[in-house]
Design a protein around this ligand. Structure first.
Ligand SMILES: NC(=O)C1=CN([C@@H]2O[C@H](COP(=O)(O)OP(=O)(O)OC[C@H]3O[C@@H](n4cnc5c(N)ncnc54)[C@H](O)[C@@H]3O)[C@@H](O)[C@H]2O)C=CC1
Ligand SMILES: O=C(O)CCC(=O)C(=O)O
Length: 527
C-alpha cells in the first residue's frame, strides 16, 4: 500500500479520501531535518502553508510521486526541483477563493472601524466610544492589485458596498475588467487615487517588495492597505516607517515575509493603525473542506495511476477534456515508445502531427505523452508527464508540432517522425472505437495492427517466400507468432512486415533475420 505523509493540519474529510488507497501518517510540525529523514518512505506529501518543501526534501523523496498543496499558493514548494525529479505538484486553485476574498473584506472593514481595538477595549472593562471613530468605505475608491479569482470576488462585493473600483493587472484584458466593473489602470495611477488598496497577486520575482518606500510615498495619507495575498510582496520595514510617518493611514495584513511573524517585528508596534491576522485567509470550515477534498482526490488519483486535474507542473488537463483525451495520451505514449525504438540511437528531432479531431485538442499534453514514450527506453520509470519536456530539452530533442484538421480514415490520428543519429523513422496511429490503439503506418507503409508487448518489424523486398523464411527462422528459435501483417505501397516493391510475438526475440535471432535475402532492415520492439 502506498504511504502518504500529511505534514500540516488538513480537514478529516481529506484524510478519509487518502485512506481509501494509502496508509496515511499525520505528523504536524516536523522540523525540516526530520522531514528529510523520513520522506524516502513516502509516495505522497500533503501540505498547507506551514511546511516548506525545499530542494533538500524533494531530493531525499526517492519514492515521492506527488506533492499536494491544500490551497492556492505553491510558493512554499520548490516546484522546479519537483519537476526535475518528476514529482507532480497539485494545488486547489479555487477551493479557498471565497474565504480569502471575505477575509480581505473583513480586514478592510475591521481597519476602517477599529473593530479589533474596540473589541479589546470593551473586553478590558472600558466603554470608550470616542477613540474609535471610523471611516466609511461607501463611495471610496478601492484599488485592486491582481484581478484574478480572489481579486474579482473582492471587486464584486466591494461594488455592492458602493465602492468605486480601480484594478491593476497586466495580464487581464480590458473586456474582463469591464465585466467585473473595474477601471483597468496602471499601478502609479491606482496608488495615487485609491483610498483602499487590496493585494491579490502571487509572490514572484516581479512582485517581490513591489510595495516599498517609493510606493508608500505616493499613497494618499488617508489610504489603507490590505494584504491577504502573500508576504514578501510588501517590504515590511518600509511599511512600518511609512505608517509611523503618516504616509498612509493604516494597513491590514494576513501574510508576512517570514511566518510566523517575528516576535520583535516593528509591525506589532503600530497600535490601531494596523490589523494583523496569522495567515487566516483560507481558514473557514467551508474552504478547508473544499481544499482537502480537492487535493486529497488528486493524490488518490495519481497514486492510482490517473492524471491530476490541477497540476501546476504538467500540462493542464481539465476534467471535461480529460475523458476524451486519455486514450489519445495512451496512443501518443505508445507511438513515442515505438518510434524511439525504431530510431534506435540518439533522437535529435521529433515531428508531432495531430490529425483529424486530434488537431483540435490539448496538443501540449499529447506532445508530452509522445516525449514520455520516446524517452522511456532510455529513462524507464524516471520519465513521466512532469519531467518529459525538460528531459527532452536537456537531450537537445527539438519538437515540431503540426496540426491537420482534415479528415483521415480515423476520427483522429497521430503521426510521429523521429530523426536522429541512425536516420529517420515514422509511425502513425489511431483509435479504433475510441479506445483501442491501432498502428496504421510504419515508415509510411500502411498497416493496421494493435500494439503488443513483443514486436518484430522488417523492411524488405516484397517477393515470394520471404514471409515463410522469417516464419521458419522464428520457429527454429521456438518463438511463437501471434499475428503477422505486411504493408506495401506497390507490388514487388519495398514492404514492411509486422509480427506480434508471444515471446521476446532471443539473443542472436535478429542478426539471423538480417541475413535473409531480401531483408533490408529488422527491428525488435518491446512495448
Ligand atoms: N491569505 C490566504 O490564506 C490566501 C492567500 N492566497 C493568495 O492570494 C493570491 C491570489 O490568489 P488567486 O486570486 O487565487 O490567484 P489568481 O491566479 O486567480 O490571481 C492572481 C492575479 O494576479 C495577477 N498578477 C500576476 N502578477 C502580477 C503583477 N506583477 N502585477 C499585477 N497583477 C499580477 C494575475 O494576472 C492574476 O490575475 C495568491 O498569492 C494566493 O497564494 C490565496 C488563498 C488564501
Ligand atoms: O493553507 C492555508 O491556510 C493558506 C492558504 C493560502 O495561503 C493559499 O491557498 O495560498
Amino acid at each position: 500500500m502506498p504511504k502518504v505523509l500529511v505534514s500540516d493540519s488538513i480537514d478529516q474529510v481529506g484524510i478519509d479520501i487518502l485512506c481509501q488507497v494509502a496508509q496515511v501518517d499525520v505528523r504536524i510540525g516536523l522540523p525540516p531535518e526530520e522531514l528529510v529523514r523520513i520522506i524516502p518512505e513516502y509516495d505522497a506529501l500533503m501540505i498547507r502553508s506551514g511546511t516548506r518543501v525545499t530542494q533538500e526534501i524533494i531530493e531525499a523523496g526517492d519514492n515521492l510521486k506527488i506533492i499536494g498543496r491544500a490551497g492556492v499558493g505553491v510558493d512554499n514548494v520548490d516546484v522546479p526541483a519537483a519537476t526535475r525529479k518528476g514529482i507532480v505538484v497539485v494545488n486547489s486553485p479555487e477551493g479557498n477563493t471565497i474565504a480569502a476574498a471575505e477575509h480581505a473584506l473583513a480586514m478592510m472593514l475591521s481597519l476602517s472601524r477599529y473593530i479589533p481595538d474596540a473589541n479589546q477595549s470593551v473586553k478590558s472593562g472600558k466603554w470608550d466610544r470616542k477613540s474609535f471613530i471610523g471611516v466609511e468605505v461607501y463611495k471610496k475608491t478601492l484599488g485592486i492589485v491582481g484581478l484574478g479569482k480572489i481579486g474579482s470576488h473582492v471587486a464584486t462585493a466591494a461594488k455592492a458596498m458602493g465602492m468605486k473600483l480601480l484594478a491593476y493587472d497586466p495580464f487581464i484584458s480590458q473586456e474582463r475588467a469591464d465585466q467585473i466593473g473595474c477601471r483597468l489602470v496602471d499601478l502609479d495611477l491606482l496608488i495615487r487615487e485609491s483610498d483602499y488598496i487590496t493585494l491579490h497577486i502571487p509572490k514572484t520575482k516581479e512582485t517581490y517588495h513591489l510595495f516599498n518606500a517609493d510606493i508608500f510615498s505616493k499613497m494618499k495619507p488617508t489610504a489603507r492597505l490590505i494584504n491577504c495575498a502573500r508576504g514578501g510582496v510588501i517590504n515590511e520595514a518600509d511599511l512600518a516607517v511609512a505608517l509611523t510617518n503618516g504616509q498612509l493611514a493604516g494597513a491590514a495584513l494576513d501574510v508576512f515575509e517570514n511566518e510566523p511573524l517575528e516576535a520583535d517585528s516593528p509591525l506589532r508596534e503600530l497600535g490601531s493603525k494596523i490589523v494583523l491576522t496569522p495567515h487566516l485567509g483560507a481558514s473557514t470550515e467551508e474552504a478547508q473542506v473544499n481544499v482537502a477534498i480537492d487535493v486529497a482526490e488528486q493524490i488518490r488519483d495519481v497514486l492510482l495511476g490517473l492524471p491530476a486535474r490541477s497540476a501546476v507542473n504538467i500540462p493542464g488537463l481539465y476534467p471535461d477534456v480529460l475523458e476524451k483525451l486519455k486514450p489519445y495520451l495512451q496512443l501518443a505514449e505508445t507511438l513515442g515508445n515505438l518510434v524511439g525504438q525504431l530510431a534506435g540511437g540518439r533522437v535529435d528531432f521529433l515531428d508531432v502531427r495531430l490529425q483529424g479531431e486530434l488537431a483540435g485538442t490539448n496538443s501540449q499534453a499529447v506532445v508530452v505523452a509522445a516525449l514520455k514514450g520516446l524517452l522511456s527506453k532510455a529513462l524507464r520509470e524516471r520519465v513521466n508527464y512532469v519531467n518529459a519536456s525538460i528531459e527532452a530539452k536537456e537531450r537537445g530533442i527539438r519538437v515540431i508540432e503540426t496540426r491537420d484538421a482534415a479528415l483521415t480514415d480515423y476520427t483522429g490520428s497521430l503521426h510521429l517522425e523521429a530523426k536522429g543519429s541512425l536516420g529517420s523513422h515514422s509511425v502513425t496511429g489511431a483509435l479504433l472505437g475510441d479506445q483501442e490503439i491501432r498502428i496504421t503506418s510504419v515508415d509510411d507503409f500502411p498497416i493496421n495492427v494493435p500494439p503488443t508487448r513483443f514486436m518484430l518489424f522488417t523492411l524488405h523486398r516484397d517477393m515470394p517466400g520471404i514471409i515463410g523464411k522469417i516464419g521458419s527462422l522464428l520457429g527454429s528459435f521456438n518463438v511463437n507468432i501471434a499475428s503477422m501483417q505486411v504493408g506495401r505501397k506497390i507490388v514487388r516493391g519495398e514492404a514492411v512486415m509486422v509480427l506480434s510475438l508471444d515471446d521476446p526475440l532471443p539473443e542472436g535471432l535478429l542478426a539471423e533475420i538480417m541475413k535473409v535475402s531480401g531483408i533490408r532492415d529488422a527491428y525488435t520492439v518491446t512495448l
